[in-house]
Design a protein around this ligand. Sequence first.
Ligand SMILES: [Zn+2]
Length: 439
Amino acid sequence: MRVHLGVDSTDSLTKGMCTTYLGMILVRRLLELGVHFVDYPNLIRLNPNIPYKTRGNGAVALRIDVLERKIEKVFTTARETVEEMAVFSDPQTNPGIALLKGDVPDVLHEFYERALHRLLQVEDAYTAAEKVGARLHGYKNRRGVIGALASIGEPLKRDHTYELLTYREERNWGKKRCINPETVIKMDKKIGEVFFNYDYEESTICIAPHTVCPVLMGIRGETAESVKEAASMVDTGEPISAYVIYRTNQHTSFHFEKVSSVSDITDYSSIVLEGKVVRNPFAIQGGHIFFEIENKGRIFCAAFEPTKKFRDTVRNLIIGDFVRVYGGVQPGSKDKMRAVNLERLDIIEVKTSAYANPQCSRCGKSMTSKGKEKGFECKRCKIKKRNKELIHITRNISAGTYEPPPSAWRHLYKMRARKRTNAGKKIALIEGWIQSGNA
Ligand SMILES: [Zn+2]
C-alpha cells in the first residue's frame, strides 16, 4: 500500500539538528523494516516569511510502498525517531508527523499551496487532515503538523530540483567546516547541471551551512546523477558519515504569487508586483536600502545588507521608474516598515527625461522660476522663457533583471541562470541514492 509520511520542525537554529538528517535516519530505519521507496525523500520548503520557522522552513516527506500490516510500525518508527532526535528544548521546535494512505488528493495539494503562501494555524492542519483522512501527531504546541501534512501535499510533479546532503560525524558537529573551495569551483565548472555552489561575486562557497547542524554540505542540481557526481569531486576536509539525495521544490520560485495591486497584498506572502517608483531610495542604519512604489496604494521595497552589490542597482532607481518587484512581505510593526523584502528586481522602464526649469539659451544655466504661472528667467542674462522643458536625465542603470548574489538567495528562489523546468520528468531512484553508513 502507498503511504506518505511527513515530518517537520525537529531542528533548532541554535542547538543543532536538521530535519533532513532526522529524515535520513528515518529512511534508513524504514528500509530496515523492508518498505519500498517509490520516490527520493522529498525536501519541501514552505513559506519562507513565517516568523516562527526553525531555519529554512523545510519539511521532509517520504513516499513508500508497504504491507498494510506494517503501516502501524512505520508510524511508530517515525514517532520514536522524532522523540529520540528532535530538539525539544528549543521553544521554536514543535515537531509534527503526518501519515497519509493512498494517492495525494487535490485538496491536500491546496493545503500545501496555502502553507507555502500563507500563515496557517495548527487547527487548519487538523481540518485538512480530517478531510483527506490523514493521521497527525504533534508535540508541544504542535505547529510542526502543518509542515508535515503540507509536505505530503507536494508530490513535485511540476518543476523540481535535487539536493544531495552529506552529514558530519557526530564528533564534528558544531566545529568549523574545512571544505576546500578550489575543489568546489572546479566541480562547479565541470558539472553543468549543478548550481548554487560558489558565489563568484562574494568569493565564498554556498554548499555549506553556517550553522551547528549535522549537515556538512548540500549539492543542488537538476538531476540525481549530477549532484552525486558533483559531491564526489569536493574535498570535504573531514569524513562523511552519511549522505542522501532529496528531491525538492527548491529553486522553483513556487513561493511567488502575482498580485495586481498593493491592495491585494497579504502579509507574510511572497509576491510579484509591478509599480512606479514614487519615493527615491534611501538608506537606513545597517546598510539596508528602501524605496517606495505605487500601484493602487503604496508599499516600501527593501534591499537588505546581505544582498550586497544588488543594492547599488536599487540605489540608482528614481521616482518615475517602472519596476516589477519579487519578494516576501514583512508586516509593519512599531520599529519596522511594512516592506517587500526584495529577492529579484525587474526594471521595466527607466525614466530618462523629466520636465524641469528651462536652460538659458545663452549661458546654459538653469533658469529660476518667477513664481506660479509667471515663467522663468536667467538672473544673469535676463533671458525669459515661458514653460518648463523636457530635460534628458543620464542614468547609470538600464532596463533588465537584477538579483542579489547567490549567498543571499532563498531556498525557493529560481535564479536567472536556471532556465529549465523538470516538470513531468520520470522519477527513477539511482543506485546509491542513500549511503547511511553507520550514522
Ligand atoms: Zn543666462
